[in-house]
Structure formats: structure tokens, C-alpha cells
Design a protein around this ligand. Structure first.
Ligand SMILES: Nc1ncnc2c1ncn2[C@@H]1O[C@H](COP(=O)(O)OP(=O)(O)OP(=O)(O)O)[C@@H](O)[C@H]1O
Ligand SMILES: [Mg+2]
Length: 368
């Protein structure tokens, strides 16, 4: 997978820009607040996912303008392709190879990329939802069926919750809850087992990456935490049966009805991340947390490569400045054969080790 040409109009602080990257290391450098992350964000949108900064569409349009336009020529699935995203207030038009597609999410899997940005540290430091999102996003890129089941699952949760609220108010018959529970257990088992499988793949690459990053001094461990009661998790080491999940869900019917919420299921699980045997979230140093998050991302890229037979594009926002020289060297060595976009203030941090194409960005313009 390669991004070969990006044309930007009215995106964030970038009025107009044309980026023609190389298929190796691309270094986007400049002072603070010039538009480096904005450039990565523009590339990222072609992955089919929302902005990695969690911004809304209208925030992406340059102040004072009423639309933005992004065009990407890329090489993927063995051919040259073109994608276009046009967003104006409240409206979005997306074209893939000149054919309109109905939603941004339809681009998922067409242009694969993996992004690491400082906000992504929340995968280690944040709440369980951040870690579930990590696994879900990664799985959606490699398994289209997963995305469909996830949408169905979220609908079932919403419908079951409204059924629970009606039950509490005696507007429904409790015996019909069983129907919802069976549906829920079926989809939840699929999601949980896919996530578990994914973590097993991930372990194969990230344990080595983390150990390399830490100069063989530390070890990383990840595991699936199944929620078995509203305040208790169990480490899941092998696939869960639908029946087992169904009985867990049944056990919490009373509290579900009381709260009007579904308290057990794939939407309540977590992923445990330990460094040297203790929780990275509770005890990890900043550097350890950063390294763990980075290892997860590089592992994600590795898995996409194995599943699709193509290396995804790697976007690294402001990653070098946070790492000591050994860790910087390890990262650069690890990614040197991928197409990478790295933002930094000073290009020499990268150029001292590898050749790369440089882009100096100033006030939203690429000046060289
Ligand atoms: N919709 C928008 N329209 C115009 N400018 C915007 C918009 N959204 C963000 N900006 C501006 O874009 C500028 C550059 O942002 P960006 O995050 O890309 O900087 P950066 O070069 O990555 O800086 P840093 O090194 O600090 O990370 C910011 O000053 C911000 O105010
Ligand atoms: Mg930035």
C-alpha cells in the first residue's frame, strides 16, 4: 500500500497543498502549530475511519471556508487507485476510482494505514472503551464481516436496553427478554472470540517489538479481560461458547432491569496490558506506556500486512521526540522498509540514520 500523491484544499490550516511522497520514509517537519499533524490527518481520513483526533467533520474545514477537498492517488490491491473526499457543511461526497460510495466507512480496507499520535496513548492510559476501540478498529480493517457484526451488536444493545426500560415500567413481558439474550450472546460470542484471536496474533509480534524497544530489559503482556459481573473481570484464555455467555447474561437480568442497561457483554470487556507483570495503566512510567502503545500500533501494522499481503502506510505523529536514542533507533530500524510519514520539529533525528524525503511545512504550506 502506498500513498503517491495527495492534493489538499481547505483542510484545517492548509489552503492548498500537493504532497508527492516517496515510498519509503517521509519526514514532515516544521515548528509547532504549522500543520504537520493536519497533513497526517488528511492522509488518515482515506483509511475510512474518523479523525484520530476525534474531531467532527466541520472542524476539518478551514476556518472561513465552506468545504474541503482531498484527493489521494494510491497504490493498493495491486493497482493504481484514486479516492476523493469532499466535505461541505453537513454534506459529504466520497468517490473511489470515480465511483460514488455512500459513506466514509465504505473506504475501510481500501487504503490501509496505521496511525500513532500522542492522543493514542489513551489505549494504555484510558478507559476500557479505548482498548476495545483499538481491537475493533484493527479487526474492521482486516475482516469486513466483523464490522457488520459490530453494527448489529450495537443495535441489539440499544434495543435490549429500551426493552429493559419498558420492562421496569411493566410495559413488556419478561419472558421475551430471553429472545434478546439469545441474540446478544450469539453476536457477543463472535466479537469476543475474534478479539481473542486478534490478541493472539498481536502477541506474536508485539512481545518482540516491546522487548527490542526496551533493550531487552522489559516484557509486555496482553490478555482479554472478560467481564463476568458488573465489577469483576476474568482472563479469557480460550474461546468462549455462546451458552456460557448466555448464562452470564441471564445471571444479571435483575440488575439489568433495575438499571435499564446491559451490564455484561462484548461492550463491557477490557484488554489487559501488563509490563513486567504489572498493569501498565496503573504503574507504567510515561516512557513504558508510550512504548507499549507504539508496540501495539506496529503490531497492528504487521497483522494487516499478514492478512492483506500488503504493508499498510504508517503515520507517526510526533513520536521521535518522546523516545530516548536507543528507542528511536529501534523504531526507525523497524519501519525502514515501509512507507512511513513521520512528523517532527527537526528532521535530523531521522536523517542521521536513514534517507528520507523531507517536507518543510510552514503556516499550512509545504515550502520545500
Ligand atoms: N479548521 C481549521 N481551520 C484553520 N486552522 C485550523 C483548523 N483546525 C486547526 N487549525 C490550526 O492548525 C494549526 C496547525 O495544527 P497542527 O496540529 O497540524 O500543528 P503541528 O504542526 O502538528 O504542530 P505541533 O508541532 O505543535 O504538533 C493550529 O494552529 C490550529 O489552530
Ligand atoms: Mg502536531
Amino acid at each position: 500500500m502506498n500513498a503517491d500523491r495527495l492534493i489538499i484544499k481547505n483542510f484545517r490550516n492548509i489552503k492548498e497543498a500537493v504532497l508527492e511522497p516517496c515510498r519509503g520514509i517521509n519526514i514532515i517537519y516544521g515548528e509547532n502549530a504549522q500543520g504537520k499533524t493536519n497533513l497526517l490527518e488528511a492522509i488518515w481520513l482515506f483509511s475510512g475511519f474518523k479523525s484520530f483526533r476525534g474531531s467532527k467533520d466541520r472542524d476539518l474545514i478551514k476556518f472561513g471556508e465552506d468545504f474541503f477537498n482531498l484527493d489521494l492517488d494510491f497504490y493498493g490491491s495491486g493497482r493504481e487507485q484514486k479516492a476523493r473526499i469532499i466535505t461541505s457543511a453537513g454534506q459529504k461526497k466520497i468517490l473511489l476510482n470515480s465511483v460514488p460510495v455512500t459513506a466514509l466507512s465504505k473506504l475501510v480496507g481500501k487504503f490501509n494505514c496505521v496511525v500513532f499520535s500522542p492522543s493514542y496513548l489513551s489505549v494504555v492510559k484510558g478507559n476500557p472503551g479505548e482498548r476495545r476501540r483499538f481491537a475493533d478498529t484493527a479487526l474492521c480493517q482486516i475482516k469486513p464481516k466483523y464490522a457488520k457484526v459490530l453494527i448489529d451488536y450495537n443495535k441489539i444493545i440499544m434495543q435490549r436496553n429500551s426493552f429493559l426500560k419498558n420492562l421496569k415500567n411493566k410495559r413488556e413481558d419478561e419472558e421475551f427478554l430471553e429472545i434478546w439474550d439469545i441474540k446478544l450472546a450469539k453476536k457477543a460470542a463472535f466479537i469476543i472470540n475474534q478479539r481473542l484471536k486478534y490478541l493472539n496474533f498481536l502477541k506474536e509480534s508485539i512481545y518482540g517489538i516491546y522487548s527490542g524497544l526496551s533493550g531487552e530489559r522489559e516484557s509486555l503482556e496482553i490478555f482479554y479481560n472478560l467481564r463476568i459481573s458488573p465489577n469483576k473481570y476474568k482472563v479469557l484464555s480460550e474461546e468462549i461458547e455462546e451458552e456460557e455467555l448466555l448464562s452470564l447474561i441471564r445471571n444479571f437480568r435483575t440488575s439489568d432491569i433495575l438499571t435499564g442497561n446491559t451490564n455484561i457483554g462484548a461492550h463491557r470487556d477490557d484488554i489487559g496490558i501488563n509490563i513486567n507483570g504489572i498493569s501498565a495503566k496503573s504503574y507504567g512510567s510515561q516512557g513504558q506506556q508510550r512504548s507499549a502503545a507504539l508496540a501495539l500500533k506496529l503490531g497492528e501494522a504487521e497483522i494487516i500486512k499478514n492478512f492483506t499481503d500488503e504493508k499498510p502506510v504508517i503515520l507517526l505523529d510526533d513520536v521521535m521526540s518522546e523516545l530516548d536514542v536507543n528507542r528511536q533507533n529501534y523504531i526507525l530500524n523497524h519501519i525502514k522498509d515501509w512507507q512511513v510519514f513521520i512528523t517532527c520539529c527537526e528532521p535530523s533525528t531521522v536523517l542521521r540514520l536513514f534517507e528520507g524525503k523531507t517536507f518543510n511545512i510552514k503556516d499550512g504550506r509545504i515550502v520545500n
